[in-house]
Design a protein around this ligand. Structure first.
Ligand code: SF4
Ligand code: SF4
Length: 341
C-alpha cells in the first residue's frame, strides 16, 4: 500500500520517512509510555529502527510496538518529521493480520457496541457489575484489563435520545438558521457523557447555528489503535456515506471528541491510505469545536458574552511544539527540542 505524506516541497512515503531519523532520541525522552515501563523500548527503537527489519512476508521482529498508545507525542517532537506513530500503527496492524485480534481488543475496539449494550436503562446494573471486585478480577484474568483501572460509567440515557426528545418537545429544531452544523458526538458523548453534547449544542445554538443530528457511526479509532484496519475501514466508509452529503451542501462537521475529529481528518485517511475526493472533503470540513469557535472568533462572529462558571476545572496542557505563526516557541517540549534550544 502506498502512503503519501505531503510536505512543503516533496512527497514521501511513510516508510521513506524513517530515513530522516537522525537518532537524536528526543522522541524517546518525550514518550509517555517508555517513561513508565521497560517493556516498551521507545519510539525510536520500535519506529524507524525496527521498521528497517519489517518485511512484508516475514514475522515482525519486535512485538513491543503493541505498547505504543498512539498518542503522537513523538510525531510532534521529532525534529525531522518521522511519522513514528503511523509507522507503529501499521506495524501493529501487521501483527494483527498475522495473529488475529485478541479478545480484549476485539471487545474494547467496538466502543459503539459496548456503549449500546451498557447505556440506557441497563446502565445502573452494568455500572454496578463493573464495580464489583470479583467481576473486575475475572475481567483481569480473562481479558487483561487491570482490575484497579478506572472504567467510564455508562449513562442512563444517550445523547441521541436526549436530542430527539428535545426536538419532539419543541416540534422543530430549537433554532432555524441558514448557518448549520452537523454535530459529531462520537461514542463517548453518546453513551457515557451526554452532557458534553448538550453543552456543545447550547454553545453552537447560542452562536446562531442550527445543529443537525446526522446519522453517524463510531469514527473507528479504537479499531485503528488496535490494528484492526479492515474493520476500521468499514467504519470510515460508513461515516463518509452518512456525512459527506452534508459537507457537499456546505455544512461543516463539528465534534467535541478531539480523537474522533482527528480520526476523520487525519488518522483514518493516513493509516488506511485513503485519499479520494470524498475522504479529502470530509477531512477538510471536519472541525474540533474549539477550532471551529476560534475560526468564528477570527471572523468576528463568536458571541463573547461569557459568564463565570461556579466550577473548578482541571486544565490539560497539550504536549506539543506550540510554535506559533509569529515564530514564538512556547511549550513543554522546549527542554528537548533542538529547534528551541
Ligand atoms: S525524534 Fe525523530 S529523528 Fe530523533 S530519534 Fe526520534 S524518530 Fe529519530
Ligand atoms: S505514539 Fe505516543 S506512545 Fe507511541 S511511541 Fe509515540 S509517544 Fe510513545
Amino acid at each position: 500500500m502506498t502512503y503519501i505524506i505531503p510536505t512543503d516541497h516533496i512527497e514521501l512515503s511513510l516508510e521513506q520517512s524513517l530515513d530522516h531519523c537522525i537518532k537524536c532520541n528526543i522522541c524517546t525522552s518525550a514518550c509517555p509510555v517508555s517513561a513508565v515501563t521497560d517493556k516498551f523500548p521507545g519510539p525510536k527503537y520500535v519506529g524507524p529502527q525496527a521498521q528497517r527489519f519489517r518485511q512484508p512476508r516475514q514475522p515482525t521482529p519486535d512485538e513491543s510496538v503493541d505498547y505504543c498508545s498512539g498518542c503522537r507525542v513523538c510525531n510532534q517532537v521529532c525534529p525531522t518529521g518521522v511519522r513514528i506513530a503511523e509507522l507503529n500503527g501499521r506495524a501493529r496492524a501487521k501483527i494483527v493480520q498475522q495473529k488475529g485480534l485478541p479478545l480484549r481488543n476485539r471487545i474494547l475496539g467496538h466502543a459503539d457496541i459496548l456503549g449500546m449494550l451498557g447505556s440506557g436503562p441497563l446502565a445502573p446494573l452494568a455500572n454496578t457489575m463493573l464495580s464489583l471486585a470479583p467481576v473486575r478480577y475475572l475481567t483481569e484474568q480473562v481479558m487483561g484489563i487491570a482490575r484497579h483501572a478506572p472504567l467510564p460509567a455508562f449513562s442512563t440515557y444517550t445523547f441521541r435520545s436526549w436530542f430527539k426528545r428535545r426536538a419532539r418537545k419543541q416540534g422543530r429544531p430549537s433554532i432555524l438558521s441558514n448557518r448549520k452544523v452537523v454535530y459529531f458526538h462520537g461514542c463517548a458523548t453518546n453513551y457515557y457523557e451526554p452532557w458534553v453534547g448538550k453543552a456543545a449544542v447550547e454553545v453552537l445554538e447560542h452562536n446562531g447555528f442550527e445543529v443537525i443530528l446526522a446519522e453517524q457511526n463510531c469514527c473507528g479509532l479504537p479499531l485503528l489503535s488496535n490494528g484492526a484496519f479492515s474493520q476500521a475501514h468499514n467504519y470510515h466508509q460508513g461515516n463518509l456515506r452518512k456525512l459527506v452529503p452534508y459537507v457537499k451542501q456546505g455544512i461543516p462537521v463539528v465534534g467535541t471528541s478531539t480523537s474522533c475529529t482527528l480520526t476523520l481528518k487525519e488518522e483514518a485517511p493516513e493509516l488506511l491510505g485513503l485519499h479520494d475526493a470524498d475522504v479529502n472533503l470530509l477531512a477538510e470540513h471536519t472541525y474540533d469545536i474549539f477550532e471551529f469557535l476560534r475560526i468564528e472568533h477570527a471572523h468576528g462572529r463568536l458571541r463573547t458574552d461569557f459568564k463565570p462558571l461556579d466550577r473548578t476545572l482541571p486544565y490539560h496542557a497539550p504536549v506539543s511544539c506550540g510554535r506559533t505563526a509569529s515564530g514564538d516557541l512556547r511549550s513543554m517540549c522546549w527542554n528537548w527540542c533542538p529547534v528551541c534550544t
